[in-house]
Design a protein around this ligand. Sequence first.
Ligand SMILES: [Zn+2]
Length: 348
Amino acid sequence: MTIFSNSRTLQAHDRARRGFLGTGLALGTAGLIMWPEARLLAQQVGDFIEGAPMPDIAPIQLSKHVWTIFAADGFPTQENHGMMSNVTFVVTSAGVVVLDSGSSVQIGRMAIRMIKKVTPLPVIAVFNTHVHGDHWLGNHAFAEAYGEQLPIHALAGTMKEIQGYEGSLWRSLMERWTNQATAGTKVVPPNTEVKHGQTMQFGDITLKLHFYGKAHTSADLCVQVVQDKVTAVGDIAMANRIANIDDGSYPGTFKYFKELAVAAGDQLWLPGHGEARHDLLETYGKFLAGIWEPCLQAIKDGKSEAQAKVMVLADPRVASRATTMQGFDSNIGKYTSLAYLEAEKEAF
Ligand SMILES: [Zn+2]
């Protein structure tokens, strides 16, 4: 299989790669040309070897029914085995529901070991919040343990992308970023489509599903655990990490936050990256507004992108997060450019 067989895929690869690694570790054009052969070799080897097991991370109980296996790091490395996003599970009277399955088969298997420490009940459903591989590559482990008929739910847009080239792309990228620590992971796409507004009953627990248009990606699912007032929001908001917005929209995110907050009311908002907070949408929304509003103002005043960047970095909503936010230095320039481009479209 040739993965990078067309220019669209190459662009997507480049886009996603830059998303995590910034410019510091970017390969030159020569590196990209070498890549398909290296990839093929790694795949052939990967048929025989797997990355080492993921060490245990004790789950944390967030509410009566909701537990999370917390990822301390925001970005994938060989040392962290790609453990960069939270794996959450809901223990219902009918079985366990998993909200995002982790970045690899190894992480998924670790999550299953942790679930078994909490309850003897089997996993009966998985949800994938969006297309980015750190949220669904662990599906492999759940299908392996509970059978291929295990329902893996996602929005139509997410299903289609994972079934298509984005699925293979994310698997390759994760192997590369972790120096093969995730090798052996297979793409197991979601098999059950869900829609905005749907409620689903699992034993004593009701899940309400939300989707309000393009935010972090074109299809971001939020899952509200109704009885516990906990809502898993995927990557539409992050606690202390700057979110990849390559596939997303600033005004789309603000709209999404508003409609979600109205629909769900006060919740413990649980992001894919970082800790759950009641004020997550406010704090992350404020940070994003600190990027977006100066860019919109710069466009209105006929200022250049470079001038807009100066305004963004001086904005107290951004400046106050600069020293502590994971990924800030490597990504703020690019995400300001994306805000400026989107503001240009918005203004005219
Ligand atoms: Zn994401």
